[in-house]
Design a protein around this ligand. Structure first.
Ligand code: DAH
Length: 464
């Protein structure tokens, strides 16, 4: 996953194939029903029935599921009554909640139909748990909260990306009117001293506030307030990471690495809804892994939510990424498995042990090459008004729709432009492999034929 699922939100971008291809027929489905409501489709609608079928699954609430166990460990770090835990908010949200309420600019790439599932132009499947921030601030039930949520993004296919995953969000506010003398800085510092210590090795080389890279919201916050709230934020999240990883390490005793202190580092970041902002990375099996995004909540979000006197911190974290580390789960598809050989291996948060993979079944690689339509603007030709993006995510979705969880990954292995016409050709390699059984070559062939047919039908490509 892109960190907490955030690469696109933070403004960093992965390389994606984006070519212009010519107009393709779009089929608008009849009304879309989901979670008991109907949504009139329009030209923005792009959510397939296969994706809507995930809404009832709620892995984060399924007892003894590793995603749910990970949620419970995180919740235990943010106990009531300071923190209220919200776990069953509707994944269908307005574009306003998912983007506008959080200060996403109108041209932010996260809003693209290539990246986000739209029920219609005003309604999306939430792309992050932050979609509920403003509503919960407005509700103002307790000083802090956590949210756990299934979130939806159009994305690549590989062992760590799935169009549905889970995030957790947390926040903690202080009310200037409710603390003595309005001195939030002093109170946050005092509460920091009440948090436990830990023995993580923490690298935090940057100043809390940097005028260009990580600015203070100067019109709303005092430096001392932000210093104190940031210190409270960082310790709270370090304690959370410590809790999660020490559970995973405990089981690894005997392994020399288990005795070394866990290393984490704070990195400056950007989110439209916090400033200053950071990411927390953990050093795990030789790599720095981005675990979460966080920061000081933008004051205009709190003002709009009718709690202008509050200020504080918020964070968001991806649960699958954590669970894959904690339980040594090698492939994100496994979370969706109903196979008792998978589900039967997990019990409670007190008993985190590594998943023992059932046998690795053979892979079946199949290639598909195609020409994008010749009026592609890559050649500089064609009527722009008539042309349409070919986006890799459209191709990924077709592969998912046809192959479901029998596809392990899809990689682009070749791409070139015709020297004269400028027409683009791309070749993808699809790896068909079941996690549960040996896939027969004929079955993979049938799936692959289905993919090829749909690519032509839906994307108007010409197979080679
Ligand atoms: N929503 C962000 C994401 O999906 C994660 C995040 C970052 C949440 C910072 C926050 C936050 O609440 O303050 O990547």
């Amino acid at each position: 996953m892109d960190g907490p699922g955030g690469a696109r939100i933070s403004g960093k971008h992965h390389d994606r194939v984006l070519f212009m291809a010519c107009n393709r027929a779009t089929t608008t489905p009849p009304t879309i029903s989901a979670n008991g409501n109907s949504y009139p489709p329009d030209s923005w609608t792009n959510v397939p029935p296969s994706i809507l079928s995930y809404l009832p699954r709620k892995l984060h609430l399924q007892p003894s599921h590793p995603v749910s166990i990970t949620r419970e460990v995180i919740e235990s770090c943010f106990p009531p009554p300071t923190y209220t835990h919200y776990n069953d908010l509707d994944p269908i949200v307005s574009v306003y909640e998912n983007f506008d309420s959080l200060n996403f600019p109108p041209d932010h790439p996260g809003r693209n139909r290539t990246d986000t599932y739209y029920l219609n132009k005003d309604t999306v499947l939430r792309t992050h748990s932050s979609a509920h921030e403003a509503e919960i601030f407005r509700h103002n039930k307790s000083a802090g909260y956590t949210i756990s949520a299934d979130v939806y993004r159009r994305d690549a296919i590989d062992r760590s990306h799935y169009p549905v995953f889970h995030q957790m969000e947390g926040a903690r506010m202080w009310d200037r009117r409710k603390v003595e003398g309005g001195d939030v800085a002093r109170v946050a510092r005092e509460q920091l001293t009440q948090l436990e210590e830990h023995d993580l090795e923490v690298e935090d080389p940057n100043p809390t506030i940097h005028p260009e890279r990580n600015p203070l919201q100067a019109e709303h916050h005092r430096v001392e307030e932000v210093e104190a709230i940031a210190a409270h934020l960082k310790r709270s999240l370090e304690l959370m990471v410590n809790e999660l990883f020490s559970r995973a390490k405990r089981r690894a005793t005997g392994d020399a690495a288990a005795d070394e202190p866990l290393k984490v580092r704070w990195v400056e970041a950007y989110f439209p809804f916090t400033s200053p902002s950071w990411e927390l990375e953990v050093f795990w099996q030789g790599d720095w892994l981005e675990i979460l995004g966080c920061g000081i909540t933008k004051q205009d979000i709190l003002i709009n939510a009718n709690v202008p006197n509050q200020l504080g911190w918020a964070f968001g974290v991806g649960l699958e990424r954590l669970a894959m580390i904690l339980f040594s789960i090698p492939d994100i598809r496994l979370f969706w498995s109903k196979d008792p050989r998978f589900l039967g291996q997990f019990s409670t948060a007190d008993d985190i042990k590594p998943f023992v993979p059932f046998s690795k079944h053979p892979a079946c690689y199949k290639d598909v090459s195609f020409w994008l339509r010749s009026s592609s603007s890559a050649a500089g030709g064609g009527l722009r008004s008539n042309s349409q993006d070919f986006h890799e995510n459209d191709m990924m979705e077709i592969v998912r729709d046809v192959g479901g969880d029998l596809v392990e990954d899809v990689k682009m292995i070749d791409e070139f432009a015709h020297p004269v016409s400028g027409r683009k050709s791309i070749c993808y390699r699809i790896n068909y492999r079941s996690l549960e059984r040996t896939l027969k070559n004929e079955e993979a062939d049938r799936l692959h034929e289905g993919v090829r047919t749909r690519l032509v039908e839906k994307l108007g490509v010409e197979l080679r």
